[in-house]
Design a protein around this ligand. Structure first.
Ligand SMILES: NC(=O)c1ccc[n+]([C@@H]2O[C@H](COP(=O)([O-])OP(=O)(O)OC[C@H]3O[C@@H](n4cnc5c(N)ncnc54)[C@H](O)[C@@H]3O)[C@@H](O)[C@H]2O)c1
Ligand SMILES: [Zn+2]
Length: 368
């Protein structure tokens, strides 16, 4: 069932039109025209997605009277870099992208975060439209306006809030998504459930087999529910205020971001790191926040069913602690964690003693 959401943001009145519909990529051009008025676009993608879907996207833009050039960045997390950002700026400059033109991000969360940040900074901000093609980008990263690149010292350290004018979500493109990325996207759905929507968690529990079998109607249903859950949260706290509701969505991410940084943004996918981060957040939630053991076990059973990693790879607990707190002496300090006392009710971050976090990391497989 096609579904259209209009998200209005106070106080500066940015609005994102989010449309989820099977076959919806064919409407990319009309959505761009309708929400930006642009007659010219630069489409950013990676080579894998471009080979599969840029043709259909470009045809839709052409039908709507939008001229379009394609700029490609290498696939993978390591493209969320200052170097690729500068390469995009140079590409926009070469093409003469002006204030009335628009950036279209066709790809996963990497392309979305990078192209969105390039749009936020090009000429101090031009319009952009997200056409998310990975499950992770469809359920999570394309909504909410966070754009960023990674630095060696940490993930997403340089970025901007810049809402896309439109988010065009076509579940049919998930038909070509590699299985490992499908699983990684389902990790963020499980996170959304644990953090803010217990009904979504139950839905995923019941339909995990259909989702893994790539039933596109089941995936569309999970995408719509995830976007609605995320929209509810980010509409009330667009800029993630200190202690605001949006911080709940970082459940599992304290450790996830540290794992990714310690692995040099290689080997593990973001969603895989989130799964292990959730498991440790589950243990801390039980021990510190009163999450019932049965709910913690349910979380881990679902992550198991989704085939997501359970253990921390061969990394030293001390290095992870340092990455989590940006502090070499983290063991004695306290670290911010989003915990949940009940399924679907993650709270604002709490400060957890480094020693306690270290014990949980060791239990999850980190080296002493
Ligand atoms: N901005 C946010 O709010 C937010 C939220 C969550 C995650 N993120 C970020 O998202 C990033 C991860 O995104 P991702 O998992 O989508 O990674 P990704 O962009 O690297 O995409 C995953 C892989 O799948 C391929 N791919 C994408 N769509 C495909 C399709 N339809 N068919 C075939 N192949 C396809 C891509 O080429 C890539 O190799 C991380 O950097 C994470 O920090 C951002
Ligand atoms: Zn995430």
């Amino acid at each position: 069932v096609p579904s259209t959401l209009l998200l209005r943001y106070a106080p500066h009145r940015a609005a994102s039109r989010v449309r989820v519909a099977r076959g919806g990529l064919a409407q990319l051009g009309s959505e761009v025209r309708r929400t930006t008025g642009a007659r010219r676009a630069v489409m950013v993608s990676d080579p894998i997605v471009a080979a599969l879907w840029a043709g259909a996207a470009a045809r839709s833009l052409a039908r709507a009277g939008v001229a379009c050039d394609l700029v490609v960045v290498p696939a993978g997390e390591r493209s969320k870099s200052a170097r690729q950002l500068a390469a995009l700026w140079q590409g926009f400059g070469r093409l003469g992208i002006g204030r009335g033109d628009t950036v279209v991000a066709l790809g996963g969360g990497v392309v979305g975060d990078l192209a969105g940040f390039a749009a936020a900074t090009w000429l101090r901000g031009v319009a952009w439209v997200a056409a998310p093609t990975s499950l992770l980008a469809q359920v999570d990263s394309s909504v909410g306006g966070k754009t960023a690149i990674d630095l060696a010292s940490g993930k997403n350290l340089a970025g901007a809030f810049h809402q896309p004018r439109a988010v065009v979500v076509d579940p049919d493109v998930l038909g070509t998504l590699p299985e490992r990325h499908l699983r990684a996207g389902l990790a963020e759905v499980a996170k959304m459930g644990m953090a803010v929507d217990a009904a979504l968690f139950r839905r995923l529990e019941v339909r995990s087999d259909l989702a893994l079998a790539r039933d596109l109607d089941a995936l569309e249903d999970l995408v719509v529910r995830s976007i609605r859950a995320k929209a509810r949260i980010v509409l009330g706290d667009e800029r993630e205020r200190e202690g605001g509701r949006r911080t709940a969505l970082n459940y599992g991410h304290t450790l996830a971001h540290a794992l990714e940084a310690c692995l040099g943004y290689r080997r593990w996918l973001h969603g895989e790191a989130v799964a292990v981060g959730m498991r440790v957040a589950g243990v801390l939630s039980r021990d510190v926040a009163g999450l019932p053991e049965s709910d913690r076990a349910r979380q881990d059973a679902l992550l198991d069913r989704l085939g997501l990693p359970a253990r921390i790879p061969r990394l030293a607990a001390g290095d992870l602690l340092a990455a989590m707190s940006g502090d070499k002496k983290a063991r004695n300090g306290r670290i911010r964690w989003v915990l949940t006392p009940r399924m679907g009710h993650a709270s604002v971050p709490r400060l957890i003693p480094g020693r306690r976090v270290e014990a949980a990391l060791l239990e999850a497989g980190a080296r002493a």
